[in-house]
Design a protein. Structure first.
Length: 235
């Protein structure tokens, strides 16, 4: 498990391709690998990877199978590419973000980047089937970083996050531009809540669903809005 608090930025030192498998050697900042062992888990741009070899220096190797390459942005990495990294959380560790599994649900696209003074706002375009799990003020994990959704437009299929200077300093987000792909892991409690509500509606209403969907559409809403989880308390 991970906390979604990015600990460092690593770079790709080398890539080795074999049939059905790609191996990465990542260079970490000094001290990152202290106590790291073969078999340990590291979140690499949000993808949970297993250490297969250590050294020299603050380097570690990871193997990525073809399925993970096809589902994440790791397939597009090159030598010198930068990644957000976090070591697995220890028992009793403070959860500064929200619990993450390191299992990516889908890739999304940077639709726009705005840079007002001392902030960056990123608008992210999402495949339609996944927007039902994204709500304003809810949690989302982007390239391994736990972030809060600022705005979400379910009809248009996008959401926005705001990034403070400290987040930009500790992550790769400052270099992201329109068209870039991002790894997204949705918040699991939200997914369970939404799916449970939708299943209950399907079971109870059955033949009435088309009429209900039409009524909601006339009001600018959808069934996904009925499954919106309660807002998390502030403070």
């Amino acid at each position: 498990m991970f906390t979604g608090i990015v600990q460092a930025v690593a770079s790709v030192a080398a890539i080795t391709d074999r049939p059905g498998l790609r191996s990465f050697a990542l260079q970490f900042p000094p001290g990152f690998c202290v106590g790291l062992e073969i078999g340990a888990s590291v979140s690499c741009d949000g993808v949970c990877l297993t250490v297969t070899a250590l050294g020299p220096g603050d380097q570690a190797n990871f193997d990525v199978m073809q399925q993970s390459l096809s589902l994440t942005t790791l397939a597009g990495l090159k030598q010198g590419s930068l990644l957000n990294v976090e070591r697995a959380a220890r028992d009793g560790a403070e959860i500064g973000g929200h619990p993450l599994s390191g299992h990516i649900d889908f890739m999304a696209t940077v639709a726009a980047v705005r840079r007002p003074e001392n902030n960056v706002c990123v608008r992210i375009q999402v495949p339609p089937t996944w927007m039902r799990y994204i709500f304003a003020k809810g949690y989302i994990a982007i390239n391994g970083a736990s972030l809060t959704v600022a705005e979400a437009d379910r009809q248009a299929g996008w959401f926005e996050v705001w990034l403070i200077p400290e987040t930009l300093r500790m992550t790769t987000f400052g270099a992201k531009a329109e068209g870039d792909l991002l790894n997204i892991e949705i918040e699991r409690q939200t997914q369970v809540f939404v799916d449970t509500v939708r299943a209950a509606i399907d079971e109870r209403l059955g033949p009435l669903l088309p009429a209900l969907e039409k009524l909601l559409a006339a009001q600018g809403q959808s069934l996904d809005d009925l499954g919106q989880p309660p807002l998390k308390p502030v403070g």
